[in-house]
Write a protein that binds this ligand. Structure first.
Ligand code: CO8
Length: 303
């Protein structure tokens, strides 16, 4: 443990996760699945926009992938590359994640990435999901989710991967890990992150029933930390960030590592098995049928 803490202090918490890095700390590009996928991405419009204020050391990462900021392989790749760049930039100490879309923070994993895809592609996708969580949950930066819309499933995972959550005070927006409602099971590291956030009992209820909480209910169980009016989400996140950054970085980072390392290590040591599990689960006929029904439900709700 002492070694881990020393290494965390020396290289930063994300340094402990160095085998996952897209780039090395020295800025050299490493061959990684995420990077090669980015090269294959033909889309010209970025799904992520990052503004780093060098006077405050705070970056705002805006998700801008209509209609619902769903986490596709391309989206996750771009997200990870941006996160890694910020992580390597010593001038960046804090990260605020928000959405440019009205009403939606993120709809979670892109269901189309899990429906009718080859096992190889599903494996690639799942590795990118793991990567996103590992980078975010293990980030050296202070991280705040400015949740300005609904945030189900993977959107909730992204939110609870941050250090602090500020949500719009609007009961129409919901957040939660609703996987069971889709007939799928939240993986152990989704569960662990939720338990670390709201405690065991609330997590158990939440996961088994696939509950989506309205913003006020999410505050009640501690799934979010604060509710504010819509037009104050970003400014409140900026104010809150300055409090986080008033704490000496090394002390905050080592403490964060102490709190999160066990959870992160659990996935790191089971990463391949987790991919295998995901692929064999998601490609089952019965699960594919559940996903198709869910997609149809989403479309019919609109009609
Ligand atoms: N993936 C792909 N497409 C989506 C998704 C999604 N997650 N969510 C919405 N869409 C599509 C809709 O089908 C619709 O498409 P179209 O325009 O072609 O009809 C379009 O996006 C717009 O959607 P809505 O009209 O529903 O938009 P609203 O603004 O009314 O509502 C919501 C936004 C609240 C986000 C709503 O779309 C919603 O509830 N979406 C579903 C969210 C959800 O359940 N996500 C779960 C994803 S699974 C996940 O993240 C974790 C999986 C873990 C797997 C573990 C297995 C082992």
């Amino acid at each position: 443990m002492a070694n881990v803490l020393r290494n965390s202090a020396k290289f930063g918490f994300s340094g402990v996760l160095s085998q996952l890095s897209i780039h090395s700390r020295h800025g050299r590009e490493c061959v990684s699945p995420c990077f090669s996928l980015q090269q294959r991405n033909n889309s010209t419009s970025p799904k992520i926009k990052v503004d780093l204020d060098s006077s405050t050391g705070v970056a705002v990462l805006r998700m801008q992938s209509p209609p619902v900021n769903s986490l596709s392989l391309d989206f996750l790749t771009e997200f990870c590359i941006n996160l890694e760049k910020l992580e390597m930039d010593r001038s960046c100490r804090g990260l605020i994640i928000t959405s440019t879309l009205s009403k939606v923070f993120s709809a979670g994993l892109d269901i189309m990435e899990m429906y009718g895809k080859s096992p190889e592609r599903c494996g690639e996708f799942w590795k990118a999901v793991q990567e996103m969580w590992l980078k975010l949950y293990g980030s050296n930066m202070a991280t705040i989710a400015a949740i300005n819309g609904s945030s189900p499933a993977g959107g909730c995972l992204m939110s609870i991967g941050c250090d602090y959550r500020i949500m719009v005070d609007n009961p129409r927006y919901s957040i939660g890990l609703n996987e069971t409602q889709l007939g799928i099971v939240a993986p152990f590291w989704f569960k662990d992150t939720l338990v670390n956030t709201v405690g065991n009992r609330a997590a158990e209820l939440s996961l088994e029933l696939g509950l989506l909480y309205s913003a006020p209910d999410a505050l009640k169980i501690g799934l979010v930390d604060q509710l504010v009016p819509e037009d104050q989400v970003l400014s409140t996140a900026q104010d809150t960030m300055s409090k986080w950054l008033a704490v000496p970085d090394h002390a905050r980072q080592i403490t964060k590592s102490m709190m999160r390392k066990q959870t992160i290590d659990k996935l790191l040591s089971n990463r391949e098995a987790d991919i295998t599990n995901f692929v064999s689960f998601i490609t089952k006929d019965s699960i594919q049928r559940s996903l198709r029904m869910y997609l149809e439900m989403l479309k019919s709700r609109k009609a």
